[in-house]
Ligand binder design. Structure first.
Ligand SMILES: Nc1nc2c(ncn2[C@@H]2O[C@H](COP(=O)(O)OP(=O)(O)OP(=O)(O)O)[C@@H](O)[C@H]2O)c(=O)[nH]1
Ligand SMILES: [Mg+2]
Length: 159
């Protein structure tokens, strides 16, 4: 399941994974989309969940039972880090999601002044998450930077 605040780039991520192509042409998600992406011999079944405030109460429902959680952050929008931190820890406090591996993506690293991985770890208090494996990568859907290691991370959590 892919969650995170609105406009962080969740749908762009799924689009780039699925088509290999970047497009600016993306609309805010309403509720959720279920997407299937085949990469080599792995088929990813992805819940792309909407990030606007009114949809955030849905996140737990779509995260329940998944092999991995991906939390996408706009690393160039530092004013939203506090809200992102709050929503992430709120989600992880749900007992149904105990132990599920977490990948935090600091997206939009093509934009000047974006936060580094270390800044994200601090701002989102990722060091306080002790009840599951946690990884954090800086990436860009636009330039496709680090998409290869993101895909490797996901493939390693499949069964
Ligand atoms: N510069 C830059 N822009 C990006 C990147 N990824 C996404 N965007 C832009 O960010 C905006 C939001 O992208 P979406 O993929 O719709 O974001 P979302 O997280 O799915 O948003 P919701 O569906 O509302 O939760 C769009 O204008 C994208 O073109 C990136 O890596 N770099
Ligand atoms: Mg979306």
């Amino acid at each position: 399941a892919i969650v995170g605040l609105q406009a962080s780039g969740k749908t762009s991520f799924v689009n780039v994974l699925g088509t290999g192509q970047w497009s600016e042409d993306v609309v805010p998600t309403i509720s959720f989309n279920l997407r299937k992406v085949k990469k080599g011999n792995v088929t990813l079944k992805i819940w792309d969940v909407a990030g606007q405030p009114k949809y955030r109460s849905l996140w737990e429902r779509y995260c329940n039972g998944v092999d991995a959680l991906v939390f996408v952050v706009d690393s160039a929008d530092k004013e939203k880090f506090e809200t992102a931190r709050f929503e992430l820890h709120q989600l992880l406090s749900q007992s149904s999601l105990l132990g599920v591996p977490l990948l935090v993506l600091g997206n939009k690293n093509d934009i000047d002044g974006h936060a580094s991985v270390n800044e994200l770890i601090k701002a989102l208090q990722l060091d306080k998450i002790t009840n599951r494996p946690v990884s954090c990568y800086s990436c860009s859907m636009k330039s496709q930077h680090n998409l290869d290691i993101v895909l490797q991370w996901l493939a390693a959590r499949s069964h």
